[in-house]
Design a protein around this ligand. Structure first.
Ligand code: SF4
Length: 60
């Protein structure tokens, strides 16, 4: 089990940097911002490392 699941906040600028970094294919482009599928996210934080605006955070 993942110890956490990440979520993308409204601060996302839809740059797309995170999508190819996800080894689970959990990130996709939504209507306005990118989104993480919580059923696929394993909390590896690879996306957190590349986000230029630090808008990927652990889901509460
Ligand atoms: Fe949005 Fe950050 Fe992903 Fe860029 S890297 S699309 S700003 S969540």
């Amino acid at each position: 089990m993942a110890d956490h699941v990440n979520v993308i906040t409204d601060e996302c600028i839809a740059c797309g940097a995170c999508e190819p970094e996800c080894p689970e294919g959990a990130i996709s482009e939504g209507d306005e911002i990118f989104v993480i599928d919580p059923d696929l996210c394993t909390g590896c934080d690879d996306c957190v490392a590349v986000c230029p605006v630090d808008c990927i955070v652990p889901r509460e």
